[in-house]
Design a protein around this ligand. Structure first.
Ligand SMILES: [Mg+2]
Ligand SMILES: [Zn+2]
Length: 160
């Protein structure tokens, strides 16, 4: 079985702007993220992003734009020799309909656990909102709540 660090995106990997990230230009990597993720990867953790992107349901940006934003994220992380195992997003929003994949629901997390043979008990979910922690809890993954844009280098997985 593998172990993983699951990551919320906005406010954890990139700057929480208080608005949706609607284009690649608004995607700004937080300081030191690449270095910390590389260290965790070297410790054997898969790195998997699970993000709510309700701006798609609201028509604020398209799936294609989200893909371009994530390409930028992958390129920036690659500069620090970081490879993400997978990125899962929920494109829905309660204002336009229900779904099972939007955090605090745990469907995306459970898909990732199954697909990559991950032991939830050895894994973590790092997020800046209560819904991130709740999604982790539902799937048996320990949550680590941080303040938006707080440095990941402050997190000690072995002491969490
Ligand atoms: Mg967030
Ligand atoms: Zn959804």
């Amino acid at each position: 079985m593998n172990k993983a660090v699951f990551l919320d995106r906005d406010g954890v990997i990139n700057r929480e702007l208080g608005d949706y990230v609607k284009n690649p230009a608004s995607f700004l990597l937080n300081d030191g993220v690449g270095e910390t993720l590389r260290k965790w990867a070297e410790d054997g953790y898969l790195l998997i992003v699970i993000t709510n992107q309700g701006g798609i349901a609201k028509g604020l940006y398209s799936e294609k734009t989200l893909h371009a934003i994530h390409e930028k994220m992958l390129q920036l992380l690659a500069q620090d020799d970081v490879t993400l195992t997978a990125i899962y997003h929920c494109p829905h929003h309660p204002s336009t309909g229900e779904c099972l994949c939007r955090k605090p629901d745990s469907l995306l997390l459970e898909k990732a656990l199954a697909r990559f043979h991950i032991d939830p008990a050895k894994s973590f979910f790092i997020g800046d909102k209560e819904r991130d922690i709740l999604a982790g809890l539902k799937a048996g993954v320990k949550g680590i709540r941080i303040e938006p844009n707080a440095p990941l280098s402050d997190i000690n997985l072995y002491n969490a």
